[in-house]
Write a protein that binds this ligand. Structure first.
Ligand code: NAD
Length: 354
């Protein structure tokens, strides 16, 4: 069992890596009662999990649909009715939707009880479980209600990734690719040299890469807990991606898939604007093109994407905030007050998009 500890504000978060699912209970707390909020599909696909849980299990059947205030209230009631106290533990097991929901409930029950996260999707492991954001969707707004609340522990077990659907796996991989591109040539080279291991979900390589990706995100969010300068680099590709997600609302697409297109746009835009050198451009593009993302059903319409980008909550009304790239490992923040230039770029990009 390998362990990394980092301090976030005054709290300490332990990140534990466990290769085998059957051994994750070795990291369960020794004192206090445990209450599980668990993705039902994860239990179905990994029946050996049943032995590790007690009778206090709240099952989440449709994670993203149930990530709301009604389910939060049901979890609070589940905790109260089963005698959960201040020193007990909520253990959230599942993808990002389940851990966001469980995390939010644990942050408000008795003003916060101990939270342990066991992320089972790749997105959950490299993104949602790091950074202390919890929350639920409200009306039609994603993550509108939530809190900053760190878990005591995150237990990462890449064995869970074997049962993930192909496109769900690629969804999480987008974050690993992004973390590499904004961090260093070395990280990008390692991924490029190991495409086969990534595609075949080689457990050892995935453990190394989830660890590396978590380290990158942890470093950024620890230095900058409440979304200031550095943390914004994590939004590389995201302004475009949010625009794409927003216009596909009626036929929702996976976030990572929008981010892949968003990163391709950010790279191309950086290159056309002469910020980005050719070698970095080609290498990053090769990396993003190495995997079988199913992007065919995604609507891309330049006018609509631009309108959605202009409405993005991360803009302050004085232009469109973009994270662009100077070279691999050197992202920077840029504000554009030239919507027509972005529109022209989008039209051209979409015309040539395969
Ligand atoms: N808190 C944060 O900082 C943060 C960051 C990024 C994303 N998020 C949130 O995370 C959510 C997306 O995460 P996600 O992609 O994990 O979504 P998810 O939790 O909906 O999981 C995706 C699908 O994979 C299934 N699944 C999960 N683990 C599995 C496994 N091991 N085997 C088989 N199936 C499995 C789930 O049942 C679900 O059908 C969104 O709600 C997003 O807002 C939060």
């Amino acid at each position: 069992m390998k362990k990394i500890i980092f301090k976030n504000q005054e709290q300490q978060v332990e990140i534990l890596y466990q290769k085998e699912i059957s051994k994750i209970s070795e990291s369960f707390p020794e004192h206090g009662k445990m209450f599980f909020v668990c993705d039902e599909r994860v239990l179905e696909k990994n029946p050996q999990m049943n032995k590790l849980l007690n009778e206090n299990v709240y099952l989440v059947k449709s994670p993203e649909k149930e990530k709301d205030l009604q389910s939060t209230i049901r979890i609070l009631k589940f905790l109260k009715d089963n005698g959960c106290n201040r020193n007990d533990h909520l253990i959230a097991i599942g993808g990002g939707a389940t851990t966001d929901l469980g995390g939010f409930a644990s942050s408000i029950y008795m003003r916060g009880i101990n939270l342990i996260i066991i992320p089972t999707s790749l997105l959950g492991q490299v993104d949602a479980s790091v950074g202390g954001k919890t929350g639920v969707n409200f009306e039609s707004y994603k993550n509108l209600v939530g809190s900053f609340f760190n878990p005591k522990k995150v237990i990462v077990c890449t064995n869970f990734l074997e049962s993930l659907d192909e496109q769900e796996y690629l969804n999480g991989l987008a974050e690993i690719l992004k973390h590499a591109i904004i961090t260093s040539d070395n990280d990008v080279d390692t991924l490029l040299k190991n495409i086969e291991k990534i595609t075949s979900r080689d457990n050892d390589f995935l453990e190394e890469q989830t660890k590396r990706s978590i380290e990158i995100k942890t470093k950024i969010v620890t230095e900058d807990f409440l979304e200031a300068e550095q943390r914004k680099f994590l939004n590389f590709g995201h302004t475009f991606a949010h625009g794409i997600e927003s216009i596909n609302q009626n036929n929702p697409i996976l976030h990572g898939h929008a981010v892949i297109i968003g990163m391709k746009m950010a790279l191309e835009f950086s290159y056309q604007e002469k910020f980005l050198d050719e070698e970095s451009f080609t290498k990053s593009k090769n990396l993003l093109n190495s995997f079988k993302y199913n992007l065919s059903d995604i609507e891309l319409d330049a006018d609509k994407i631009l309108s959605a980008m202009e409405l993005d909550k991360k803009n302050d009304g004085n232009g469109i905030n973009l994270v662009l790239l100077k070279k691999i490992g050197v992202p920077f923040l840029s504000k554009s007050n030239e919507p027509n230039k972005i529109l022209k770029f989008l039209i051209n990009f979409i015309d040539n998009f395969e």
